[in-house]
Design a binder for this molecule. Structure first.
Ligand code: A3D
Length: 316
């Protein structure tokens, strides 16, 4: 069996990678090439997923591989290769370990899928996306990261849980770095077009914002052996769909900034239009002064990480 001409390559067939592959197939988005360095594992997961196809009723195809040559022709490459957080570990603890993996993956993406759109998922997200852009030399619109869709979905769910409503009726947006200083934008948060501030107290809203910032850690603490993967894979699939179907959908994305919000030379969570060219337009939102300030603090932290990863690169 061969894949059809439009396919997504998923690098790293662990929890996030395999579940992303499953969602892409079962939602009929595209065929999938699933890569991992562990021999047999991506092939086993691919076969298992194909055996579900008659029941799920989709016509997509998936292959597993340990050879980078097989990602040739991929429209999108999703990178989930790397170590996840363990309890007590910050995303930054992962920096040095995952930087090495991202460099190796990027050299191969550059060689075998030079025209693809690259979506980074590996943490620490903003820093790994910056590194990937430097390693591949891809134009910024073709290299971006997934975090904001997930952080926003978490906030939407927590609000829906509090108000006992349907999560998709909650509009919210979380900007900034994917870490403890991410910025839930309350001024933009609404439920069926009613401002959230009219619906819950400011204390309740503050608690939900903090739970959103701690959303990843809450799951790590419960799982004990890994980090979240169901909502992260839904988030990646949403982005893959927006690109492959040229939806021009506005989503929170980790994108390269050239002066937006007064920030430059940084990969950072902002709202952007996703279409067939990747990040097609960055949409700057009107922010309240305290939200602007929070965004600047978050950017400083990401800049520190970028400096750290750049010094690792020169030390090697
Ligand atoms: P896990 O289930 O351990 O899967 C990672 C996979 O990467 C494993 O199958 C490894 O064999 C594979 N791998 C390791 N080194 C390489 C390499 N050099 N080349 C190719 N594959 C390799 O982890 P996971 O799927 O739970 O998480 C994967 C990454 O995503 C971690 O860095 C997480 O922190 C990150 N993550 C980010 C988010 C965001 O919202 C940004 C959410 C969830 C997970």
């Amino acid at each position: 069996m061969k894949l059809r001409s439009t396919f997504t390559a998923v690098i790293g067939a662990g929890q996030v990678g395999a579940t992303t592959a499953q969602r892409i197939l079962e939602q009929g988005v595209s065929d999938v090439m699933l890569f991992d360095i562990v021999e047999g594992m991506p092939q086993g997961k691919a076969l298992d997923l194909m055996e579900a196809a008659p029941i799920e009723g989709h016509g997509q195809r998936i292959l597993g591989t340990n050879r980078y040559e097989d990602i040739q022709g991929a429209e999108i490459v999703v990178v989930t290769a790397g170590l996840p957080r363990k309890p007590g570990m910050t995303r930054e603890d992962l920096l040095a370990l995952n930087a090495k993996i991202i460099k190796d993956v990027c050299q191969n993406v550059k060689k075998y899928a030079p025209n693809s759109k690259l979506i980074i998922v590996t943490n620490p997200l903003d820093i790994m996306t910056y590194l990937a852009s430097r390693e591949t030399g891809f134009p910024e619109n073709r290299c971006f990261g997934m975090a904001g869709v997930l952080d926003t979905a978490r906030m939407r769910y927590f609000i829906a849980e509090r108000l006992d409503c349907v999560p998709k009726d909650v509009q919210a947006v979380v900007l900034g770095g994917h870490g403890d200083l991410m910025v839930p934008v309350s001024s933009q948060t609404k439920v069926k077009n009613r401002p959230i501030r009219d619906l819950i107290t400011s204390e309740e809203l503050a608690a939900i914002e903090q739970r959103t910032r701690d959303g990843g850690a809450e799951i790590v603490k419960l799982l004990k052996t890994g980090s979240a993967f169901y909502a992260p894979s839904s988030s990646v699939c949403e982005m893959v769909k927006a690109v492959l179907r040229d939806e021009k959908k506005v989503l929170p994305v980790c994108a390269y900034l050239k002066g937006e919000y007064g920030l430059r030379d940084i990969y950072f969570g902002v709202t952007a239009e996703l279409g067939k060219n990747g990040v097609e337009k960055i949409i700057e939102l009107p922010l309240e002064p305290n939200e602007k300030k929070a965004l600047e603090m978050s950017a400083q932290k990401v800049k520190q990480g970028i400096a750290e990863v750049s010094s690792l690169a020169t030390a090697q």
